[in-house]
Design a protein around this ligand. Structure first.
Ligand SMILES: Cc1cc2nc3c(=O)[nH]c(=O)nc-3n(C[C@H](O)[C@H](O)[C@H](O)COP(=O)(O)O)c2cc1C
Ligand code: SF4
Ligand code: SF4
Length: 275
C-alpha cells in the first residue's frame, strides 16, 4: 500500500508530480493526482512526487512533508562543496578513541538517503566495538603472516612482507590503527551492487569529514581480507546474497589539514559526432 494522499486544500493542480514520476503512474482524476491500485506495484518508492510538490500537498508511504528539511536556503553552495571535495583528505592517523555510536547511526541514516539503483536496500556493516576491530586486525595480519610463510601469497603481493615487518614494530599499515571499519554491501540480484556500495561510501566519506570524522578507503584491507580471510564475510554477518562493495576505515583524526589540494587539471574529452 503506497498510501498516496493528496491534500486538496494545498494542491494547486500544477501537474509537477505527474510529469516527474519516473514510472508515470500518477494520473489525474477529477483534476487531482491519484494512483490507480493496479499501478501501485510499479512505484519505485523514489519520493520524487513527494519532494517536487511545492505546497507539500502529497503524502506517500506515510511520509509527512513537514518532516523533510526544506531545500530553500539549506543547500550548501558551490564554494562550500568545492572546499569539502578539495579539503577532504585520506586520514592515516587516528585518535585512540571510538566515534560515538549515535553519531555513526546518524551519518549512516543520512547516507542511506543517497541514490541506489532500483532503490535496493544497502547493508552497512560497521565494526564499532574496539575488541572486534582488534580481532579483525590481528586475524588479518596473522593470515598474511601464514600465507607468507607457506608462500601462499598471490604474486604481486610480496610487499606485504614489509608491511608485516612494520606490524611487528607496532605499526599498522593495513588498518592505520583506525578504530572503525565500514563495509557497504548491496543485494547481488540488484542491477549494480558494486556501484551502489561505492556511491554510498563516497557519500559517507564526504559527510564524515563535514562532521570532523576522518576516513580512508582501504585497498590494502579490502584485498587482504578478501584474499586472506574469505570467511570474514560470514563472520561479519554479511549474507551470501550480498555483494560487498568496498571498505573504509574511519575515526577521529589525529591530524589536521589547513588548505585544499591543488591537483592537475581534469582530463576532459569532449566528443562531437559530425556524421
Ligand atoms: C579505492 C581507494 C583505495 C585506497 N586504498 C588505500 C590504501 O590501501 N592505503 C592507503 O594508505 N591509501 C589508500 N587510498 C588513498 C589514496 O592513496 C588517496 O586517496 C590519494 O593518495 C589521494 O590523497 P587524499 O585522499 O588524501 O586526497 C585509497 C584510495 C582509494 C580511492
Ligand atoms: S505537485 Fe503537488 S500541487 Fe502540483 S499537482 Fe501534484 S499534488 Fe498538486
Ligand atoms: S514515489 Fe516515485 S515512482 Fe512512486 S509515485 Fe512517487 S514519483 Fe512515482
Amino acid at each position: 500500500m503506497l498510501n498516496f494522499v493528496i491534500d486538496r486544500e494545498k494542491c494547486t493542480k500544477c501537474g509537477d508530480c505527474i510529469k516527474d514520476c519516473p514510472v508515470e503512474i500518477i494520473k489525474l482524476s477529477a483534476e487531482y493526482p491519484f494512483i490507480n491500485d493496479n499501478d501501485e506495484d510499479n512505484c519505485i518508492k523514489c519520493q520524487h512526487c513527494f519532494t517536487i510538490c511545492e505546497p507539500g500537498a502529497i503524502s506517500i508511504l506515510g511520509l509527512k512533508p513537514d518532516d523533510s528539511i526544506p531545500l530553500k536556503d539549506h543547500l550548501p553552495n558551490g564554494e562550500q562543496m568545492e572546499c569539502l571535495i578539495k579539503g577532504r583528505r585520506s586520514v592515516r592517523h587516528y585518535k585512540d578513541e571510538p566515534v560515538d555510536s549515535a553519531v555513526i547511526t546518524h551519518l549512516l541514516k543520512i547516507v542511506a538517503s543517497g541514490p541506489v539503483n532500483m532503490n535496493k536496500q544497502l547493508l552497512f556493516t560497521v565494526v564499532e566495538d574496539q575488541e572486534t576491530m582488534q580481532k579483525v586486525r590481528h586475524d588479518t595480519m596473522k593470515g598474511i603472516k601464514e600465507a607468507l610463510v607457506t608462500s601462499n601469497l598471490p604474486s604481486g603481493s610480496e610487499f606485504f612482507s614489509s608491511i608485516l615487518d612494520k606490524w611487528d614494530d607496532g605499526k599498522d599499515i593495513v588498518f592505520r590503527h583506525a578504530p572503525h571499519l565500514l563495509i557497504v554491501s548491496s543485494p547481488t540480484d540488484g542491477p549494480s551492487p558494486e556501484a551502489d556500495a561505492i556511491i554510498a561510501l563516497s557519500y559517507f566519506e564526504l559527510l564524515a569529514q563535514s562532521y570532523g570524522i576522518g576516513t580512508q578507503w582501504s585497498n590494502l584491507a579490502d584485498w587482504a581480507i578478501a584474499t586472506i580471510l574469505p570467511d570474514l564475510k560470514s563472520r561479519l554477518n554479511i549474507p551470501e546474497s550480498y555483494t560487498t562493495g568496498y571498505m573504509m576505515l574511519f575515526g577521529k583524526p589525529a591530524v589536521k589539514y589547513h588548505r585544499t589540494v591543488q591537483r592537475s587539471d581534469a582530463n576532459i574529452s569532449r566528443v562531437v559526432w559530425n556524421d
